[in-house]
Write a protein that binds this ligand. Structure first.
Ligand SMILES: C[C@@](CO)(OP(=O)(O)O)[C@H](O)COP(=O)(O)OP(=O)(O)OC[C@H]1O[C@@H](n2ccc(N)nc2=O)[C@H](O)[C@@H]1O
Ligand SMILES: Nc1ncnc2c1ncn2[C@@H]1O[C@H](COP(=O)(O)OP(=O)(O)O)[C@@H](O)[C@H]1O
Length: 288
């Protein structure tokens, strides 16, 4: 039956650890990261229409381009071309994820629009072609297609599903300052790190998992703090919230996260942190 309207959540991405393990000749960096997704995210809706159009709503609508530069329209056009589609679509994006924030908002939107348009246009695209199309849109788009916990290698295209990870609540916190991904990679001064995938034993219990994560890093937080010192203050503040298990920056920042036993503890932490730091953007959720 022809789809009238297809909706999907575009979940925020979090790098629980991120090691920079090398650099390619073209300047892209090789990564080793455990990537997870939150229950919180943007929302993408596509409906039949003769042309491709985009409308954007939600709290961060004004922070993204609403024309052809928007990743959502770039993704839709790339899919149209790859599959030889002549139909259009009216795309509506509700933007709840902060922008240029290290939580993959644009990548999640691009992945969600690929998935929803494939259903709307009743397309089957070979998985390898879809993944190549996703990677051409951004290094984080392939992992967002699955939106499941995964180890990410290469520049983002080498994905391995992660075993089940213990249930955890998460608090996302953003100081309201955008950080450019290339600028953060460029500001790195330290040497390359090793790959550091977790062993099955390190995933056995929540305590084992948190201990294991504590021995890994986000190699981009040092350069991010050098560019935006507020990120360092935020990490200290998150680490001091009641029952915080781990506080760290995600991706190239500036969003930081803290892990808790459940969402209720994350919500309590959000309340106390919000009182102390009123212009902070805060969102409690669970890891999916
Ligand atoms: C750092 C990460 C970690 O998950 O997340 P974010 O901070 O963006 O959320 C990602 O690798 C980002 O992915 P994404 O944001 O899609 O990157 P792209 O648009 O492809 O690349 C933007 C720029 O970042 C740098 N870049 C990106 C990925 C990578 N593996 N090495 C790099 O050096 C390059 O300078 C590139 O020109
Ligand atoms: N739909 C979109 N959502 C977010 N950012 C977008 C979108 N389309 C284009 N952009 C641009 O992509 C850049 C990266 O944004 P984002 O994906 O939020 O960053 P990050 O990967 O660091 O979380 C920003 O400069 C933004 O203007």
């Amino acid at each position: 039956m022809k789809q009238e309207r297809v909706t999907a959540v575009a979940p925020a991405k979090v790098n629980l650890y991120l090691h920079v393990t090398g650099r390619r000749d073209d300047g892209y960096h090789l990564l080793d990261s455990l990537v997870v997704f939150t229950e919180f995210g943007d929302r993408v809706t596509v409906s039949p229409a003769p042309d491709l159009t985009l409308s954007v709503g939600g709290p961060f609508a004004a922070a993204i381009p609403n024309g052809g530069d928007n990743l959502v329209l770039r993704a839709a056009r790339a899919l149209q071309q790859a599959a030889g589609v002549t139909a259009g679509a009216a795309i509506h994006l509700e933007k709840f994820i902060p922008v240029a924030a290290g939580v993959g908002g644009g990548s999640a939107d691009a992945a969600a629009v690929l998935k929803t348009l494939m259903r709307l246009w009743e397309l089957t695209l070979e998985q390898g072609r879809l993944e190549a199309l996703a990677l051409a849109l951004g290094a984080d788009v392939p992992v967002c297609l699955e939106s499941r916990s995964a180890y990410m290698g290469g520049i983002g295209e080498d994905l391995t599903a992660a075993p089940d990870i213990p249930k955890l609540g998460i608090l996302l916190a953003n100081p309201g300052i955008g950080l450019s991904t290339p600028a953060v990679f460029k500001a790195r001064t330290s040497s390359f790190s090793d790959n550091a995938r977790l062993t099955p034993g390190e995933l056995a219990t929540r305590t084992d998992f948190i201990n294991a994560l504590s021995t890994r890093n986000n190699d981009l937080s040092e350069p991010a703090v050098s560019l935006v010192p507020e990120v360092g203050d935020l990490l200290v503040a998150l680490g001091r919230t009641d029952h915080c298990l781990l506080a760290r920056m995600s991706g190239s920042g500036a969003t930081c996260f803290a892990l808790y036993e459940d969402q209720a503890a994350a919500e309590k932490a959000a309340e106390s942190l919000g009182n102390a730091w009123p212009d902070l953007w805060l969102q409690a959720s669970n890891i999916r």
